[in-house]
Design a protein around this ligand. Structure first.
Ligand SMILES: Nc1nc2c(c(=O)[nH]1)N[C@H]1C(S)=C(S)[C@@H](COP(=O)(O)O)O[C@H]1N2
Ligand SMILES: [Mo]
Length: 503
């Protein structure tokens, strides 16, 4: 039994060495080409949409940690099996390890944005993993042949120690390198030629527990298909406008900064947000009008019906051309809340288009805008059956009190945020207690029609269990849809309702 365990360990150790050092090499070259991350991304891409939705709902922001963790556990179980097999036939065990690397290699090579250098990490894993297993098997064989005193046992332990340290150096080194590379490059952003009005003071201090009127960059929700943050530097960044345009144009970062800047307060929303969910955030964005950028290429005669935007890694997002150019403040963004874009949110350049869910509008790390048709080219989520036309649905969320919380009888302040982008903003928010009449909530200040609005309602709570509901009406008269819908394929609907216990 103990020998078996030892051999399983050999397999695991050999794999950790390969994967750890490959991770380090990837951190230095292309982080996404790390075997574990590449397999993880492959799993994300292959997972059917309903299951992905389930994972996001169940695990929330931890979904990626859980995914990478599961991939790691799966790999290590197989690595243990490889070790056990190697006990009888070394070649079989080493072969299984190579097979595992082969799966990672497929994941790396089929990744969008694959470059030749990206094979380096899997090559490292392919050489070091099996080599470590062979080394362990040889050292073990020698230890078994000689007597305990002559130090070969110690050699085996030493070998295992060295390999474990190698794996740790790889893993930790990879982290250190990534965090060094993630440090922001500091850029000087120009002032807006067309600035946003002074930002009003929200209800943050007045209503305890309400969502902050402006979402700080560090707290802004993050949704992307990648497991790592791409490192794009301004020197290397260019934006190409091509497809069905008068002339293909490429501009660099300085040329973009030289264009007239607008500044707008816009609330971004993810299509995967459930009613009452957290995937919504509001910020002040600085950037160039999207139509100004498209004008560089000329698109008056285009037959295109979509803007297919591509990120630095080849991931694509499609936006209906008519909606993006209908006069709304669609932007090619460089600044967020008075700072340059954080790397997580698309540095150096992303799109923000008010009123459309992020998955059809908010391309981060954008490098190409292609005017084309939905018939000719399909974006990432279009291939996965999500809607192509997905305006953000009107919604109101209760931030406080929390669901199932205990409240003291008397005055309870109910508060939250509501949004109705590209629909003349929020006109009215209402609250209903225990299925009674709808009553108007008080609204906080407005920061424009594309920005959410805070609201509160003073409720005289009597003892017992109570059901609170909220709904919103937009400035254009449209009301929040009460019919329940899941996020797939074009966004959730329904009323946010919760129960509190008053005593
Ligand atoms: N390159 C790229 N851009 C992307 C995505 C992505 O996966 N890759 N996700 C989109 C989705 S689904 C949303 S909701 C927004 C989220 O932007 P945030 O992460 O800055 O909040 O970015 C969009 N832009
Ligand atoms: Mo999203």
């Amino acid at each position: 039994m103990r020998t078996r365990l030892l051999w399983a360990w050999f397999g695991i150790l050999a794999t950790l060495v390969g994967v750890g050092l490959a991770h380090l090499v990837a951190a230095i070259t292309t982080p996404a080409a790390s075997p574990v991350l590449a397999v993880g991304s492959g799993v994300i891409d292959l997972t059917p949409t309903p299951m992905k939705e389930w994972a996001i709902r169940t695990f929330g922001d931890a979904d990626k940690v859980i995914l990478v963790g599961s991939v790691m556990v799966g790999v290590l179980v197989l690595a243990g099996v490889a070790g056990l097999l190697a006990r009888r036939r070394l070649a079989v065990g080493a072969g299984l390890l190579l097979g595992l690397v082969g799966i990672a290699a497929v994941a790396v090579v089929t990744r969008p944005g694959f470059g030749p250098l990206d094979v380096l990490p899997v090559l490292v894993a392919a050489v070091l993993g099996p080599a470590a297993l062979v080394l362990l098997a040889r050292t073990h064989a020698e230890a078994a042949r000689s007597s305990a005193e002559d130090g070969t046992r110690r050699t085996l332990l030493l070998t295992m120690g060295v390999l474990a340290s190698g794996a740790a150096v790889g893993g930790v080194g990879g982290r250190v390198v990534s965090s060094l590379r993630l440090r922001p490059e500091s850029v000087e952003l120009p002032a807006a030629a067309d600035p946003a009005p002074a930002f009003p003071r929200g209800l943050d201090d007045q209503v305890p527990g309400i969502t902050s009127f402006r979402t700080p960059n560090d707290d802004f929700y993050r949704v992307d298909t990648r497991l790592d943050v791409p490192i794009v530097n301004t020197d290397d960044w260019t934006l190409t406008i091509d497809g069905d345009v008068d002339r293909e144009v490429t501009i660099d970062f300085d040329e973009l900064l030289d264009m007239p800047m607008i500044e707008r307060d816009i609330t971004l929303t993810c299509v995967s947000n459930s009613v009452g969910g957290p995937y919504v955030g509001a910020a002040r964005w600085l950037g160039v009008r999207l139509t100004d950028v498209l004008d560089l290429a000329g698109y008056g005669n285009t037959k295109a019906d979509q803007i297919l935007s591509t990120d630095v890694d080849g991931m694509t997002i499609s936006t209906p051309l008519d909606l993006a150019t209908d006069g709304r403040d669609a932007m090619v963004v460089v600044g967020m809340n008075g700072e340059q874009l954080p790397r997580e949110h698309g540095f150096p350049v992303r799109l923000v288009i008010p009123g459309l869910y992020g998955f059809i509008s908010a391309t981060k790390w954008v490098t190409r805008l292609t005017l084309t048709t939905y018939d000719d080219q399909k974006a990432y989520w279009t291939e996965r059956d999500w809607a192509t036309d997905a305006p953000i649905k009107i919604s109101s969320r209760i931030d406080t009190p929390k669901a199932l919380s205990e409240q003291a009888a008397g005055e309870v302040v109910i508060g939250g945020v509501a949004w109705a982008q590209a629909r003349d903003g929020i006109e009215k928010v209402q609250v209903r207690i225990d299925g009674g009449a709808w009553e108007d909530a008080r609204l906080g200040p407005s920061a424009g029609e594309d920005y959410w609005r805070q609201w509160f309602f003073k409720w005289d709570a009597s003892p017992g269990s109570h059901r609170i509901a909220t709904r919103a009406v937009a400035g254009n008269g449209e009301a929040q849809v009460a019919v329940r819908a899941e996020p797939f394929p074009d966004g959730s609907s329904g009323l946010h309702e919760l129960i509190v216990n008053v005593s």
